[in-house]
Write a protein that binds this ligand. Sequence first.
Ligand code: FES
Ligand code: FES
Length: 176
Amino acid sequence: MVAVGWTSKKFSGLNDSRKVHVAMHRLRVNGIEYDVDVPGGTPLLWALRDELGLTGAKYGCGIGACGACTSLVDDRAVRTCVSTVAEQAGRRVTTVEGLPVDHPVRRAWIAMDVAQCGYCQPGQMMAAVHLLRSNPDPTDAQIDEALRDNVCRCGTYHRIRAAVRLAARLGREAAE
Ligand code: FES
Ligand code: FES
């Protein structure tokens, strides 16, 4: 378990008797437990990025409309900019950093050279992971529907669609 947050930072220079860390919220992120000392209403995205240093999930709109911050919480794709630390405490959070290097989505994204500027891609990838968990062989229409609220200002949608198809095939082959 790792303790992070405002209290530990603020008092990090003080002697041991005053380094009291009050764990406010326990987050389970990518298989590691953290006690994060931030107000409960803090967006999960800020805790991931600013407290845990996991900067894969991006800030785009801040209102749940663009998908750049998408991560998984248990088996749901969650907009972490509009979800609070208190709401997700104790749940299993997976960010793009938590995908194994040989994960079909990672392999497919590299093989199809999907990213242009890259800003939206962690959110696109996590939305793809979410889709493929429930539908391992989606049609193009199902891919478009599942990822329609993940915005890419570079217009890489055709490569995203191709990468999801490839990831689906890689995932099915790995399961055989
Ligand atoms: S930053 Fe979260 S949906 Fe846009
Ligand atoms: S790759 Fe640039 S916003 Fe999607």
